[in-house]
Design a protein around this ligand. Structure first.
Ligand code: HPA
Length: 266
């Protein structure tokens, strides 16, 4: 960790990020317009190299509406084969750099039958069905407790702000529970049925490890899912990654406008 922090600090000098953003599938462009320092994951000691198509794999440090921000342009997924501790490592690094608020975005399938592709869902809570907890292992007590509370991972005030700004922008806003599966296979219709029964509104393969660790580190968390498709069995058609990318691409501009409006008022 010390080596990671020293390497980054040497690049960003006195810049101290307060806001962190993790950009999901198809949303990476948001960081393209930000002026600042860019550091490739592959250059950072302790970081892995991201592999998913459509994810750039770099940290972008810069000001957004006067707020010192660090953006993860591309994230690590459990299904890529990394140890779960590597997936959440950047969140711990952000905390050590001074980040106290984290916005996490993702692409997700709708489990709730009322939700449609193109909706944006503010995450109110999550269900970890990845089969692994990112805090397993030795605890670094400088970051958080051994047995951290998870009764309010997603900050109510930030969620309300995002809802309000989304509505003002005329976007189709939803809120609900995000269930995380390991992937990389999409779910079966029976699994989606199970997710509905246990109370999920959307399903994806990310976000939960990062949100869990951010909460453990006492960060305020805002999670936003871009609903890219109906989950398996909701409409009897087959699922493909290109459909996910295509929808994400279509609502990218709305999503970016929402992000900007939230950051401006955070
Ligand atoms: N399932 C899991 N992950 C996803 C989906 C889905 O339907 N859509 C986008 N990410």
């Amino acid at each position: 960790m010390k080596e990671t922090i020293d390497y980054i600090q040497n690049k960003i000098k006195t810049f101290k990020p307060k806001l962190g953003i993790i950009l999901g599938s198809g949303l990476g462009d948001f960081a393209d317009n930000i002026e600042g320092v860019r550091i490739k994951y592959s250059d950072i000691p302790g970081f892995e190299t991201s592999t998913v198509a459509g994810h750039k794999g770099q940290l972008v440090f810069g000001e957004v509406f006067g707020k010192n921000t660090v953006i993860m342009q591309g994230r690590y997924h459990f299904y890529e084969g990394y140890h779960i501790s590597r997936i959440v490592y950047p969140v711990k690094v952000m905390k050590k750099l001074g980040v106290d608020t984290l916005i996490i975005t993702n692409a997700a399938g709708s489990v709730n039958k009322k939700y449609n592709a193109g909706d944006l869902m503010i995450i109110t809570d999550h269900i970890n069905l990845m089969g692994v907890n990112p805090l397993i292992g030795e605890n670094d007590s400088s970051l958080g407790d051994r047995f951290p509370d998870m009764s309010e991972i997603y900050d109510h005030t930030l969620a309300a702000l995002a809802q309000k700004k989304g509505k003002e922008l005329g976007l189709s806003m939803r809120k609900g529970v995000y269930a995380a599966m390991s992937g990389p296979s999409y779910e079966t219709p029976a699994e989606i049925n199970m997710l509905r029964i246990v109370g999920a509104d959307a399903v994806g393969m990310s976000t939960v490890p990062e949100a869990l660790v951010a909460n453990y580190c006492s960060m305020r968390v805002l999670g936003i899912s871009c609903i890219t498709n109906s989950a398996a069995g909701v409409h009897p058609s087959r699922l493909c990654h290109s459909e996910v990318v295509e929808t994400a691409e279509k609502i990218k501009d709305s999503f970016m406008n929402l992000l900007m409006a939230v950051i401006e008022n955070i």
